[in-house]
Design a binder for this molecule. Structure first.
Ligand SMILES: C[C@@](CO)(OP(=O)(O)O)[C@H](O)COP(=O)(O)OP(=O)(O)OC[C@H]1O[C@@H](n2ccc(N)nc2=O)[C@H](O)[C@@H]1O
Ligand SMILES: Nc1ncnc2c1ncn2[C@@H]1O[C@H](COP(=O)(O)OP(=O)(O)O)[C@@H](O)[C@H]1O
Length: 303
């Protein structure tokens, strides 16, 4: 029996998400500070002697069929670089689906890294990011993870100093939201069409301030600069999310905010003991509302 390769696929959260404009290609121009956390899916892969690809695991919302981003990553690489062997792939989902945590994107990035290893393709991280941008705007960030600035439609990356270590409580309501619908409903004053000046592409206040906070390695300054332009849409559709933020703030988190297009609400704290104590205090209340509660810590690029 050939040996099994395994890779963890971490969730991402947005520390900022500034939407700058609505482009003609159907995407929005964004500036986002992204961070990986240690809530992870797991991918295991074993080479087969034939040329068949089998995907196992997943769950009801991310079934192991041809629509799965893991399968689509193999298909993309098979088309561009050739199918070098058959594969048995097992996907263990822990990251909630359609939650604003980019679980599917991270699974795709992990699959790409496993293929690079197994098929000895010697692709650089930048090569992998370029390929994966074809499957989704968030996926390139998940190749390297840690803390990074994402611009363009989210696929252009610049390294940032690692965020000061922190913990987050994640409250995942019993429903998902559609990312395209959230972007489309955004009412913010946006430019439309193509960016015409550098000013239109300039980073906005939240993102500039948070980058300064990261440069100073200041947890307090980072917390003060958190922001997400998509909150206004998802919180209007699901007003109970405002209440969830308040519950977390009342329970003692330093700040509460939605991740990505939502609906997951995050509560930020600096220390593990505090995160776990608050999670214990609020778990029953949130579980009664049908929410799942997770505790996770920020990851470095190397983890
Ligand atoms: C909102 C964010 C924030 O990190 O994450 P999630 O909430 O999905 O995790 C991302 O911008 C989501 O990126 P991702 O989920 O990869 O989106 P894609 O598959 O590329 O695009 C799906 C659709 O969302 C819309 N879209 C996406 C990215 C972007 N910058 N502008 C957009 O308008 C488009 O309608 C696009 O067709
Ligand atoms: N491996 C996967 N894990 C999760 N979702 C997947 C996967 N493959 C395809 N999908 C599809 O992609 C959509 C968005 O997935 P996900 O990455 O969880 O969203 P989000 O970025 O909003 O957290 C889901 O509706 C799901 O049907």
């Amino acid at each position: 029996m050939s040996f099994i390769l395994q890779k963890m696929a971490p969730a991402k959260i947005n520390l900022t998400l500034d939407v700058l404009g609505r482009r003609t290609d159907g995407y929005h121009q964004v500036a986002m500070v992204m961070q990986t956390i240690d809530l992870c899916d797991t991918l295991r892969v074993r080479r087969r002697d034939d040329k068949r690809i089998f995907l196992h695991g997943g769950n009801d919302e991310a079934p192991p069929d041809q629509s799965n981003l893991v399968y689509r990553t193999v298909q993309l690489i098979a088309e561009t670089k050739g199918l070098k062997s058959g594969l048995d792939i097992y996907l263990e989902k822990k990251i909630p689906v359609a939650a604003g945590l980019a679980g599917g994107s991270s699974d795709a990035a992990a699959m790409m890294k496993l293929l690079n290893q197994l098929w000895e393709m010697q692709l650089s991280p930048q090569d992998m990011e370029r390929e994966l941008a074809k499957l989704g705007s968030d996926i390139p960030f998940l190749v390297q993870g840690g803390t990074a600035l994402a611009t363009g439609r989210g696929e252009q990356l610049q390294p940032l100093p690692a965020a000061p270590p922190f913990w987050v409580l994640l409250i995942k309501p019993p429903f998902g939201v559609s990312t395209p619908k959230v972007y489309q409903a955004l009412q913010a004053p946006l430019w439309q069409g193509e960016p015409e000046s550098d000013q239109q592409l300039a980073l906005t206040a939240n993102t500039v301030t948070i980058i300064e906070a990261l440069q100073k390695n200041s947890y307090e300054a980072m917390i003060a600069a958190l922001g997400n332009d998509l909150e206004q849409v998802t919180l209007q559709w699901h007003p109970e999310l405002k209440e969830y933020k308040q519950i977390l703030l009342d329970a003692g988190v330093d700040q509460a905010m939605m991740s990505g297009s939502g609906p997951t609400i995050m509560g930020f704290v600096q220390k593990e003991e505090k995160a776990r104590a608050i999670a214990d205090a609020v778990a029953t209340l949130f579980e009664k509302k049908g929410c799942q509660v997770y505790v996770a810590r920020s990851l470095n690029k190397e983890e």
